[in-house]
Design a binder for this molecule. Sequence first.
Ligand SMILES: CC(C)(COP(=O)(O)OP(=O)(O)OC[C@H]1O[C@@H](n2cnc3c(N)ncnc32)[C@H](O)[C@@H]1OP(=O)(O)O)[C@@H](O)C(=O)NCCC(=O)NCCS
Length: 149
Amino acid sequence: LPDPPLIVLDRVPERRRPELLALFANTWWTARRDDAAVARMLKGSGVVVALVDPTVDRMVGFARAITDKTFLAIILDVVVVPAYRGRGLGIRLIEELLSSPDLASVDSIELVCQPELVPFYRNLGFTDAVGRSLLMRRTNNPLLTQSSP
Ligand SMILES: CC(C)(COP(=O)(O)OP(=O)(O)OC[C@H]1O[C@@H](n2cnc3c(N)ncnc32)[C@H](O)[C@@H]1OP(=O)(O)O)[C@@H](O)C(=O)NCCC(=O)NCCS
């Protein structure tokens, strides 16, 4: 990891939005998002975490959550830039979200992930033992009803 350490931001300033779009370009479900949609998304996300490597002044990780601050929070768009993966940034992103005041006393924190990431999230205290619950989805985005690439 870089020295000096990563900077943790709790919002994405306008000048860093291109860096977030570049980060999103790496991931199948976020790759086609445009600037206006991402700006609106950021406004509507209760909790945002961005990791910046100060040595290159660039955003290298991002995650967000939407929440009612009481019963439910949903974690979304957890992404680390490929060259920085496998060095603990993913864990750091989730820990930063979980420690934010808006999520600290929420009953249930939920997320959707691909099967290969079950161990990653299990290690962070999530379980896939959800009783008889199933995910139902009503979507305009065809990417979300296909098998991921
Ligand atoms: C998932 C992601 C955020 C993890 O970030 P990361 O910085 O590589 O994760 P960490 O270095 O904190 O990983 C912690 C542990 O999880 C494991 N892990 C991470 N990604 C994994 C993957 N894709 N498959 C299996 N295990 C994984 C690592 O092996 C590591 O354990 P180890 O230290 O014992 O090796 C990153 O791989 C990514 O951006 N992937 C593409 C986007 C994505 O799929 N996001 C998840 C949305 S639900």
